[in-house]
Design a protein around this ligand. Structure first.
Ligand code: ADP
Ligand code: ADP
Length: 225
C-alpha cells in the first residue's frame, strides 16, 4: 500500500559520522511529502538512500516494493538536484531526451516525447536553445522535464528551488503542483523552507540533527480544493 517504506534506518558514513539514526517514514502513492529540517539533519542523505545512491548501515527501505538501487526501483523514479546538471553542448530538447537515449529509445520517439514534456513545463518555445541562454528558473524547468520524460512514479527533489529567487520559487512551486496532478507522481521534496513545505505538501517529515531523525510528521490541512 505504501510507495516508500523506511524502517529503523541508520546511516553511518565511512568517516564515522552518524547521519541518520532510527528513521521511520512512509510515503503513500501520489502523495507530496516534504523533508524539512536544519542543515545537516540528514535530508539529502535520506533522499539519496531512496534513490539508491547511498547504502544504509542498518534497517530496511523499499521503494515500490523493491530495494533502492535495483533496476526495478530505478525504473520507477527520477531525481532532481538543486543545481541543474544540463549538458552545455546539447540543446534543451536533446538534454531532455537524454534519459530515453540512455534507455535505447529511437531518435524520433524520444524527441517527440521531449517536446511533450517541455510543454508540461512551458518551455516548448525554447527547445532549440542551449542551456547558457536560459535563466536559472528555466534551467530548473528543463531539469524537471528531463526527470519527467521516463514517466517516473516517484520524483525525488533535493532543494530544487534553493538557488532561485522568491518569485521564481513560487511560480515553479505552482507548476510542480500541476505537474504532480497531471502525472499522478509521488513527490518527495527536500527543503529547509517550512513555508514552502506547507504550501506544497500534504505531509511534512520534520527532521532534527545529531543524529538525524524524523522528529515529527505533520499533516497539512487542505486549504484549497
Ligand atoms: P542535510 O541535507 O539535511 O543538510 P545531509 O544529509 O547533507 O544533511 O548531511 C547529514 C549529516 O551527514 C551531516 O552531518 C553531514 O555533514 C554528514 N554527511 C553527509 N554526507 C557525508 C559523507 N559523504 N561523509 C561523511 N559525512 C557526511
Ligand atoms: P546540502 O545542500 O544537503 O546541505 P551539503 O552542502 O551539506 O548539502 O553537502 C554537499 C555534498 O557534500 C553532499 O554530496 C554530501 O554528501 C557531501 N558532504 C556533506 N558533509 C560531508 C562531510 N562531512 N564529509 C564528506 N562529505 C560531505
Amino acid at each position: 500500500p505504501f510507495t516508500i517504506a523506511v524502517k529503523d534506518v541508520c546511516k553511518r558514513f565511512p568517516d564515522g559520522t552518524l547521519a541518520l539514526e532510527g528513521v521511520n517514514a512512509e510515503v503513500r502513492a501520489a502523495e507530496f511529502v516534504s523533508l524539512v529540517g536544519p542543515s545537516g539533519c540528514g535530508k539529502s542523505t535520506l533522499l539519496r538512500i531512496l534513490a539508491g545512491l547511498e547504502p544504509i548501515s542498518s534497517g530496511q527501505v523499499t521503494v515500490g516494493g523493491f530495494a533502492p538501487g535495483t533496476p526495478q526501483a530505478r525504473a520507477e523514479m527520477a531525481f532532481v538536484f538543486q543545481e541543474p546538471t544540463l549538458l552545455p553542448w546539447r540543446t534543451v530538447l536533446h538534454n531532455v531526451a537524454l534519459p530515453l537515449e540512455l534507455r535505447g529509445v529511437g531518435s524520433q520517439e524520444r524527441l517527440a516525447r521531449a517536446q511533450e514534456v517541455l510543454g508540461l513545463v512551458g518551455l516548448s518555445a525554447r527547445a532549440g536553445a542551449f542551456p547558457r541562454a536560459l535563466s536559472g528558473g528555466m534551467k530548473m524547468r528543463v531539469s524537471i522535464a528531463r526527470a519527467l520524460i521516463t514517466q517516473p512514479k516517484i520524483l525525488l527533489m533535493d532543494e530544487p528551488f534553493g538557488a532561485l529567487d522568491e518569485l521564481t520559487r513560487q511560480r515553479l512551486g505552482d507548476e510542480l503542483l500541476s505537474i504532480k496532478q497531471a502525472t499522478g507522481a509521488t513527490v518527495v521534496f527536500v527543503t529547509h523552507n517550512m513555508f514552502e513545505a506547507v504550501y506544497l505538501s500534504q505531509r511534512i517529515l520534520v527532521m532534527t540533527p545529531h543524529p538525524g531523525r524524523v522528529a515529527e510528521v505533520l499533516e497539512v490541512p487542505v486549504a484549497y480544493p
